[in-house]
Design a binder for this molecule. Structure first.
Ligand code: TXA
Ligand code: MG
Length: 350
C-alpha cells in the first residue's frame, strides 16, 4: 500500500487534507492524524471493521483498548455513562481540560463496539485540542478511535516523519499537522466517588499533572505500573515493553551508577546538558541529545522527548542509550514513567 502524506501548513492544502482524511474515515479506512500529544492512528470509533484495521496496522494485541476522541464534549454521554456522584467532578474536569490532553475512563454505552474497549465495560475518552484533528473529527461528526500511531510496543510518534518510520506502507494516509505541542501521551485517569472529594486514580502520567488535578479530588496512590500484569484489564499503556527504542536504554539514577562496558558506544539523553549535573563528563559519548537545553524546563523536555529518543535510536554510532533522570514532578513524572518503561523493556528489532 502506498502511504501518502497530506500537508496542512497552508490553505487550501489543509482543507484538502481534512477532506481526504474524512473520506478515508467514512470509507472505513485508517488514517494517521496529528493531535497535541502524539500522532494517532484513527478510525471511525463506531465501526468495528474499521477499528479492527487499527489493531492490524499497529500489530496491537486485541487486549489493549483504544482511546475514543470525541468531536465535542457534548458527545460524552453518547459513548459513556456518568456514574452517580461523579457528575460534578466530570463536568468540572471536562470544562477545564477539554479540549486537551486528559483522558477519562468511564463506563461505556452500547454505542461503543466491544473491539474498541477490548471487551472492557469501560471506555477511555478525550477531546483533542489540535486544530487539524478538531476540523477532521467535527467534519466526520463521529468519534475517532485512535491509539498512538506507532507499531505496538514502540515509541509514540510526534511528527509525520516519525509516523512514516512506523507505519509506511501499512496505511493510506498520514495527515501532517506539524510537531506535536505536548509530545507526550495524554494523562489517563479513573474517578471513584468518595466523600468529601472524589478520588482520582492516575492510570498514566501525562501533560495534565497531579498538581493540575489536585483541586478536583484526592489523588489516589497507584501501585507502580510494574505490578500490572501484561494482560490485566486496568492496564492503560502499562505494559512494560511500551515506549521502547530499538536499542537498549539504561536510565541512571545518579552519575555514579554508570558502568560502561568496553567496546560499546554510548549516546546520552541529557536533561539540561549542564556539566554541573555530572553526566556530560562520564564517558566519551558519541552523541548527546539535550531534552531541555540550559533551561531545565520540564514541558520543553516533554515536547522533545520522543523526538530525541528517536534520533539517538537512529544514530549509527550509538550502541546503547544512557538516560539521565529528570525531576520526578509535574510533566517530569510522565517522562520518568516513559524512561522507566523503556529501560525495563528488551530492545525491539526493526
Ligand atoms: O495522547 C494520547 O492519549 C494518544 C493520542 C493519539 O490521543 N493516544 C494514545 O493511545 O496514547 P494509546 O492506545 O497508545 O494509549 C492509550 C492507553 C492504552 O494503553 C490503553 O491500555 C488505555 O489507554 N486504555 C484505553 N481504554 C481503556 C480503558 N477502558 N480502561 C483502561 N485503560 C484504557
Ligand atoms: Mg501507545
Amino acid at each position: 500500500m502506498l502511504t501518502q502524506i497530506a500537508r496542512t501548513d497552508h490553505e487550501p492544502a489543509a482543507k484538502e487534507a481534512v477532506n481526504r482524511a474524512v473520506l478515508h474515515l467514512r470509507q472505513g479506512d485508517v488514517v494517521a492524524l496529528p493531535t497535541e500529544t502524539v500522532y494517532g492512528l484513527g478510525a471511525d470509533a463506531l465501526d468495528p471493521v474499521a477499528v479492527a484495521k487499527v489493531f492490524e496496522a499497529k500489530e496491537r494485541p486485541a487486549f489493549d483498548p483504544l482511546i475514543v476522541h470525541l468531536p465535542h464534549r457534548k458527545w460524552l454521554t453518547q459513548v459513556a455513562t456518568i456514574p452517580a456522584g461523579l457528575e460534578e467532578v466530570i463536568a468540572r474536569l471536562t470544562e477545564t481540560f477539554w479540549p486537551g490532553p486528559l483522558t477519562l475512563v468511564l463506563p461505556k454505552t452500547d454505542r461503543v463496539p466491544d473491539i474498541v474497549t477490548s471487551g472492557l465495560p469501560t471506555v477511555a475518552v478525550r477531546v483533542s485540542n489540535h486544530p487539524i484533528f478538531k476540523r477532521i473529527v467535527k467534519e466526520l461528526d463521529r468519534p475517532i478511535a485512535a491509539p498512538s500511531a506507532n507499531r505496538f510496543g514502540r515509541m509514540s510518534p510526534t511528527s509525520a516523519a516519525a509516523v512514516q518510520e512506523e507505519l509506511q506502507g501499512r496505511i493510506p494516509l498520514i495527515v501532517d499537522g506539524g510537531a506535536c505541542s505536548c509530545g507526550l501521551e495524554s494523562t489517563i485517569i479513573r474517578l471513584e466517588p468518595a466523600s468529601p472529594k472524589p478520588r482520582i486514580h492516575i492510570l498514566r502520567a501525562g501533560p495534565v499533572t497531579a498538581d493540575h488535578l489536585k483541586p478536583f479530588g484526592k489523588i489516589a496512590k497507584e501501585r507502580r505500573n510494574e505490578s500490572v500484569e501484561a494482560n490485566a484489564p486496568e492496564a492503560p499503556g502499562m505494559l512494560q515493553s511500551h515506549y521502547a527504542p530499538g536499542k537498549p536504554l539504561r536510565l541512571l539514577d545518579s552519575p555514579a551508577a554508570f558502568r560502561p562496558e568496553p567496546g560499546l558506544r554510548y549516546g546520552l539523553l541529557s536533561y539540561r546538558g549542564e556539566e554541573e549535573d555530572g553526566y556530560l563528563d562520564l564517558a566519551p559519548w558519541t552523541q548527546v541529545a539535550v531534552l531541555s537545553p540550559g533551561s531545565g524546563k520540564l514541558p520543553e523536555a516533554g515536547v522533545r522527548f520522543f523526538h530525541l529518543l528517536r534520533q539517538l535510536d537512529r544514530a549509527g554510532d550509538v550502541d546503547e542509550i544512557i538516560a539521565e533522570p529528570v525531576p520526578d514532578r509535574g510533566v517530569g513524572a510522565a517522562i520518568m514513567d516513559r524512561l522507566r518503561k523503556a529501560s525495563a523493556s528488551r530492545p525491539q528489532s526493526y
